[in-house]
Design a protein around this ligand. Structure first.
Ligand code: BGP
Length: 466
């Protein structure tokens, strides 16, 4: 149990890498694409917007060639809803359909399994204007969009992810809501409507794609109590349920987590549940669970004196606390990244064990990686030994989790290529491939292989670490 003979990574393990449409594609208004909420976002001073990003839209074949050279077995990308349906609900944009058709064909020709996220933070702006996820019309629009995706790509794409980080969109709503930030009550209505939409898409996938497998992709992490003081343990339990189990209990069991429902009732945040909602949620059973993991969080007992909530930069891994529910605490055992995210590879093993134990479904790591201020050295190369070190530690823990009995089917680090970070623009890089551009100066957007590119190539070749 503690000093295993390590089990090997399974044969056919999906060694992959991830991106998302609005962070990598650029071409934000090209070939008929409609605007998304991300296109309407005003970045902080000096930080880039998402209009050009890594210009993957125009470098797609070159990028797939690099994926093939690295030996990727899988590539997780998202489809921009507003490229397929510019206003989210009306006419289909054929050029949008064709772009992803070409991408999927190029991946398959290079023996790379496409893993498609249907919706990654970029709600079409037209839907947002009509109330976004507070409006039930968005549920129907998502179902229509899902049908278009399954009809067009269902014969080639086996792995589908419904919604990326629904829990982040609810707990850190600033980046997804240009204009007014919704109230908590509205956010939990949005959340409920997303559960219904994801369930409808799941049912449809099973109907239309006989070989399709579909699941959610929340951001899940174990929450630690600061001390063994039982009141800290309760606070950790509170936050773990609100942040994580609510989302997976709904997806897998089709019911609201008991503790969270009591919390919603007490706070007056309960959503309106229409007739038939819970039935459809129960029918939409996932085949596997995507897991985005970056860092554990540590909390202590809330003081309930008006100081428990300390809003920071809105960053998705930085806890803010909630009055009377939990309070953010510091974990002195862990180091931080340059951007203040905890580095906790063992925490990933803990997280995988907890998820598998609760749900017993195959798990796919859909995101994990190190954001850093990579720089080109004088020799013109990018020596990102710190990223290799980070990934070695996490891969090792993934292998320990497999040895614990967790059914882990793949690992898609964030990100295949440098792209625009959700909050820190181009100054925070994650890729195996460097893109030569600055925050504002686009230069030639040239692609360059980092040291981690060659290292990951070896890992994939030998199906695991040395
Ligand atoms: C996840 C998102 C990704 C990605 C990643 C890194 O929460 O799903 O879209 O951005 O975090 O975050 P950041 O870009 O803020 O460093």
């Amino acid at each position: 149990m503690f000093y295993h003979k390590l089990k090997p990574f399974p044969e056919n393990f999906l060694w992959g890498a991830s991106t998302s449409a609005y962070q990598v594609e650029g071409a934000y208004q090209e070939d008929g694409k409609g605007l998304s909420v991300q296109d309407m976002h005003e970045p902080p001073h000096g930080i880039t917007d998402f209009k050009v990003a890594s210009d993957h839209y125009h470098h797609m074949l070159e990028d797939v060639k690099l994926m093939a050279e690295m030996g990727l077995k899988a590539y997780r990308f998202s489809i921009a809803w507003s490229r397929i349906l510019p206003d989210g609900d009306g006419e289909i944009n054929q050029k949008g359909i064709d772009f992803y058709q070409d991408l999927i064909n190029a991946l398959i020709a290079n023996h790379i399994e496409p893993i498609v996220t249907m919706y990654h933070f970029d709600l079409p702006y037209e839907l947002h204007k009509q109330g976004g996820w507070c409006n039930r019309k968005t549920i129907d629009a998502f179902e229509k969009y899902a049908r278009i995706l399954f009809e067009n790509y269902g014969d080639k794409v086996k792995y589908w992810l419904t919604i990326n980080e629904q829990n982040v969109m609810i707990n850190h709503p600033n980046a997804m809501n240009p204009g007014r930030i919704p109230s908590k009550k509205e956010l939990y209505q949005q959340c409920h409507n997303m559960f219904v939409a994801a369930a409808k898409a799941t049912v449809l996938c099973h109907e239309l794609c006989p070989n399709g497998k579909i699941g959610p992709a929340p951001n899940i992490t174990a929450i630690y109590p600061e001390k063994c003081n039982p009141a800290d343990v309760i606070a950790a339990d509170n936050w773990e349920s609100i942040r994580c189990w609510l989302y997976l209990d709904m997806a897998v069991y089709g019911r609201y987590n008991t503790l969270v429902w009591s919390y919603l009732e007490e706070k007056g945040y309960t959503p309106i549940i229409e007739e038939g909602d819970m039935e459809i949620i129960q029918q939409g059973k996932p085949d596997f669970l995507g897991v985005n993991y970056y860092a554990t969080a540590t909390v202590c007992e809330a003081k309930n004196d008006g100081t428990d909530c300390q809003p920071r930069n809105g960053d998705q891994q930085v806890m803010i606390g909630e009055e009377g529910v939990y309070r953010a605490a510091v974990n002195h055992y862990l180091e931080e990244t340059q951007f203040g995210w905890m580095i906790d590879s063992i925490g990933m093993r803990v997280t995988l064990r907890r998820i598998y134990d609760r749900y017993h479904l195959p798990l796919l790591i859909t995101e994990n990686g190190l954001g850093a201020k990579d720089e080109m050295s004088e020799d013109g190369k990018i020596h990102d030994a710190y990223r290799i070190d980070y990934l070695i530690r996490h891969f090792h823990q993934a292998q320990l989790a497999i040895s614990d009995g967790v059914d882990l089917i793949g690992y898609c680090p964030w990100a295949f290529i440098d792209l625009v970070s959700t909050h820190q623009g181009y100054g925070k890089r994650y890729g195996f491939v460097y893109v030569d551009r600055e925050e504002q100066d686009l230069k030639e957007l040239k692609r360059m292989k980092k040291d981690s590119f060659y290292w990951y190539q070896q890992v994939i070749k030998q199906n695991g670490l040395d």
